[in-house]
Design a protein around this ligand. Structure first.
Ligand code: PMP
Length: 378
């Protein structure tokens, strides 16, 4: 069984020397597919906070938030996230996946409707499945299609929850949020924005697409994760809606799993402080994204039209994508290989995600590897 598994599912980072370098298959490799947008996994302040918390409070909580697993650090992190977003309520979950499971299965129920962008992440689909609301998809980033569906639902006089992402995880494109907000307001719907890939990446102070688009007062729930720009693991939902607090009593993904370890809470709190005080990291990330996007696009690869820290190269067939992925790896560059059903529109993707921690030389080397592989077929 194991022998038949494709290589790209079995990559091992054998020795990690920085947020952007590891040994893979015995070879020093530049990591260009990690979601480590600000490079904070190896930040010395985050590591120190994490070690101190483990020494003081132990390696784990050994329980659910609802039982013995709520420590002062969880409450402090929830308070700091509320303060960051300027909202009244925040709940922290053990992963971003669980945050989506909890919100989408609990915020609406039978007789109500979730309208989700077709390209939403698997955790959003799974959350919908766990709950009892009717689920309807609209075409990716198509506000007219969303409006058409909202108009049809108007007759039903029921709660409708629209779900979109800030930056879409696979293609790296943004939601047209100002237009989505206008439509959801017109129809009295609620809106969830999953900022997993945009927290720390977009907005003047890093609060994501909601901040960048200037629509924070119109977004009802923001979901996010600690596993990308914050460099740890965990998830959250923040809102001014008092009903959010009920999730603590009603949601299985909150109740029936152990809470975040003290070290994770401590490094996440420190990383949040860094996002708030060091905008230069975000600027560096975008500088890297702009340079690599221009280089790869200039070489003629099928990438999206606008720069993003996620650069997806689209292939119609898996063999061609695999040959390219393998060629990059042979040249010491790791990117993600993405296959259906995770690829919007079918085919295969090579997905690069950039980091503020990539040096200009590393960006050059990634670009050179793409240049050397032009026209590669299996
Ligand atoms: N939402 C989106 C949009 C994601 O891309 C991901 C993970 N890639 C998640 C949620 C889940 O986050 P986590 O991996 O932290 O559980």
């Amino acid at each position: 069984m194991e022998k038949n598994c494709p290589e790209f599912f079995n990559i091992v980072l054998e020795d990690i020397s920085s947020p952007t370098e590891a040994v893979v298959n015995g070879r020093p490799t530049i990591l260009a597919g990690t979601n480590n947008y600000l490079g904070l996994t190896c930040n010395s302040e985050c590591i120190r906070a994490s070690c101190l918390a483990a020494e003081k409070e132990g390696t784990g909580t050994t329980g659910s938030r609802m039982a013995n697993g709520t420590f002062a650090g969880h409450i402090a992190l929830e308070r700091e996230l509320s303060d960051f977003y300027g909202r009244t309520h925040t709940i922290v979950f053990s992963t971003g996946y669980l945050a989506n499971l909890a919100i989408l299965s609990t915020a609406v129920g039978p007789g109500e409707v979730i309208l989700l962008d077709a390209d939403c992440h698997a955790s959003i689909y799974d959350g919908c499945r766990l709950g009892g609301a009717e689920v309807i998809r609209f075409r990716h980033n198509d506000v007219l299609d969303l409006e058409k569906r909202l108009q049809r639902l108007a007759k039903r006089d029921t709660n409708v929850l629209v779900v979109v992402e800030g930056i879409y995880s696979m293609m790296g494109d943004k939601a047209p949020l100002a237009d989505i907000v206008a439509v959801k307001r017109k129809h009295g719907a609620y809106l969830v924005v999953d900022e997993a890939h945009s927290l720390g990446v977009l907005g003047e102070t890093g609060r994501g697409l909601t901040e960048e688009a200037g629509v924070e007062d119109q977004v009802d729930f923001i979901v996010g994760t600690f596993s990308k720009s914050l460099g740890a693991i965990g998830g959250f939902c923040t809102s001014n809606h008092p009903g959010l607090e009920l999730i603590r009593y009603a949601s299985r993904p909150y109740i029936f799993t152990a809470s975040l370890s003290p070290s994770t809470v401590a490094s996440t709190r420190t990383a949040l402080g860094i996002i708030r005080t060091q905008p230069q990291l975000r600027q560096q990330l975008w500088a890297n994204a702009n340079v690599l996007h221009a280089r790869i696009k200039g070489l003629g690869y099928a990438v999206g039209p606008v720069p993003s820290p996620i650069i997806a190269v689209h292939y119609r067939n898996v063999e061609e994508a695999f040959a390219m992925w393998n060629g990059l790896l042979q040249r010491g560059i790791y990117v993600n290989m993405v296959l259906p059903p995770a690829t919007p529109g079918g085919g295969a993707l090579l997905r690069c995600s950039l980091s503020a921690a990539h040096s200009r030389d590393q960006i050059e080397r990634i670009g050179e590897a793409f240049a050397a592989l032009i026209g590669v077929h299996s």
